[in-house]
Design a protein around this ligand. Structure first.
Ligand SMILES: Cc1cc2nc3c(=O)[nH]c(=O)nc-3n(C[C@H](O)[C@H](O)[C@H](O)COP(=O)(O)OP(=O)(O)OC[C@H]3O[C@@H](n4cnc5c(N)ncnc54)[C@H](O)[C@@H]3O)c2cc1C
Length: 465
């Protein structure tokens, strides 16, 4: 019997496999496509995702494939890309654009297209013992008191897989969610059919080789959003207009540009959250559990944090070190975070300046919170209305129960987050007696904290309690 079967080998399924493998749990991933996803959707990798990658030892590997944006531009808006005048403008330092990042030890040097991130995760998961079977689709499943029996169809025909738990990372149209009969709540499909056109072209003639993240193109004949994929020759253009090389030339503002369209993805933005994130031995993660419009970059990033939240709980239960009731906290903790991600994405979809603008007052009026708070400033067990700040995530990461433990540099290159290392521990300014590792951090102002394996504060630590 497998420990964990994961349906879907997109970013979140691969992250679940990598996180489980890191806890010594074997996972089998079945992915219906013949290989890793080629067409990138997400490019914005958030601070919590980077912290999770750092925990997995993958911060450097992801930075090696991320686009170098040491100097870049914030969101651009212009009639055409040429009209944005990048050749004649001075790029800003990324550090300046990102603002204060002192709340986190993890860094990414620029955007990272999802397909490149997936390759890093696939290698990490396989190296640590997870198995990933491409061309294998989960058709149906049943569950009983001991496990889950899944029917899959792969290159060798149909077969049954028996596993203790099933993790559904099978995307927005999740077969598993439907099989469970779990409904979704939210506005559903939003806006028109969109084309996400992946194309290859040398844009250095209009950019002067200066990297940019995204540019909103306003010319009516070529309206859409141009997004950097590899910073050199690959880009995507999101539009509701008919895809063609001519359209790309019009958006770039260079009628002579050589353009090769590599692939086109048709999609529609959606807003929905599953009514239950788990049912017995089955858990929904990523887009199977929640789908949000892309402004804000909360989709994949929320899914990655789902996988991380679930993995250590499954590991402890499978090792017999925790009761099965621990697994119920997955729904209780992650569904409110997904609802926050949805509501904040919807606000940003209506008014993009709430995300890219720096107007905290406008955000407060609209009920929007600053993006880092959606990524990692929430608290399990209480809502954003209870947070000390909806703008400054550093104020929210104050050692309160349910929050991500504060980051403090302990020594050169070592953060308090690194001390956790996937196990329960105590972080304290003074030595204390405990049957978990105790890390004494000089000047730690938060009292003695019992920290969970995922780096969230479980409780104030009282010896002997
Ligand atoms: C244009 C666009 C831009 C975006 N930008 C961002 C961004 O910047 N940041 C961000 O955080 N998010 C972004 N997102 C959202 C992000 O792409 C998704 O949230 C993310 O891909 C979800 O990952 P997932 O692994 O849950 O699902 P998916 O990526 O959809 O993967 C699901 C996988 O399951 C497989 N599968 C489905 N059914 C079965 C089955 N029955 N058996 C086996 N396999 C199955 C599929 O083939 C697929 O590979 C963007 C989305 C779009 C469309």
């Amino acid at each position: 019997m497998e420990d964990v079967l994961i349906a879907g080998g997109g970013t979140v399924g691969l992250m679940a496999a990598a996180c489980l493998a890191r806890h010594g749990v074997g996972a089998l991933v079945v992915e219906r496509e013949p290989g890793p996803q080629i067409h990138p959707r997400a490019t914005g990798v958030g601070p919590r995702t980077m912290e999770i990658l750092r925990e997995l030892g993958l911060e450097e590997a992801v930075n090696a494939v991320a686009v170098n944006m040491t100097a870049t531009f914030g969101k651009l808006t212009a009639g055409t890309l040429a009209g944005a005048g990048l050749r004649d403008r001075q790029a800003q330092s990324r550090a300046e654009l990102m603002g204060d990042l002192s709340y986190t030890p993890a860094r990414i040097r620029g955007v990272c297209p999802q397909n490149r991130l997936d390759r890093v995760l696939l290698d990490a998961a396989r190296t640590r013992g997870a198995r990933v079977e491409y061309g294998t689709e989960l058709i149906s499943f049943t569950q009983d008191g001991e496990g889950v029996t899944a029917l899959v169809r792969g290159p060798g025909g149909e077969r049954e897989i028996r596993a203790r738990y099933l993790v559904a990372a099978d995307g927005v149209r999740s077969t598993v969610r439907e099989g469970l009969g779990v409904g979704v709540t939210g506005p559903g499909v939003l806006g028109p059919n969109l084309h996400n056109i992946l194309f290859s072209a040398d844009l250095s003639g209009v950019t002067g080789g200066q990297p940019f993240g995204l540019c909103e193109i306003t010319a009516p004949e070529a309206a859409g959003i141009l997004v950097t994929i590899d910073g050199e020759k690959e880009w995507t253009f999101h539009t509701d207009l008919e895809p063609s090389a001519e359209l790309i030339r019009a958006a770039v503002g260079d009628p002579e540009l050589e353009v090769e369209i590599l692939s086109t993805l048709r999609w529609r933005a959606r807003g929905q959250v599953a009514d239950r994130f788990s049912d017995g031995r089955v858990f929904l993660v990523g887009d199977a559990a929640h789908a949000v419009p892309p402004v804000g970059a909360f989709g994949m990033n929320t899914g990655v944090a789902d996988a991380h939240n679930l993995a250590w709980k499954l590991a402890l239960v499978l090792r017999g070190q925790a009761r099965e009731s621990l697994l119920e906290t997955y729904h209780d903790e992650r569904r409110p975070v997904a609802q926050l991600a949805l509501s904040q994405s919807l606000l940003r979809a209506q008014d993009i300046t709430l995300h890219f603008g720096s107007n905290a007052e406008a955000r407060a009026r609209a009920g929007a919170v600053n993006a880092p708070i959606v990524h990692l400033g929430y608290r399990y067990g209480s809502g954003i209305e209870d947070l000390p700040s909806t703008e400054d995530v550093a104020l929210d990461l104050d050692g309160s129960v349910g929050s991500r433990v504060p980051h403090v540099w302990v020594s050169e290159g070592v953060s308090t987050l690194d001390l956790v290392d996937g196990r329960y521990c105590v972080i304290s300014a003074e030595p204390v007696e405990a049957d978990v590792p105790v890390h004494v951090v000089e000047g730690w102002p938060y009292g003695a904290l019992l920290v969970r394996p995922d780096g969230f504060v479980a409780s104030a630590y009282t010896p002997g309690a």
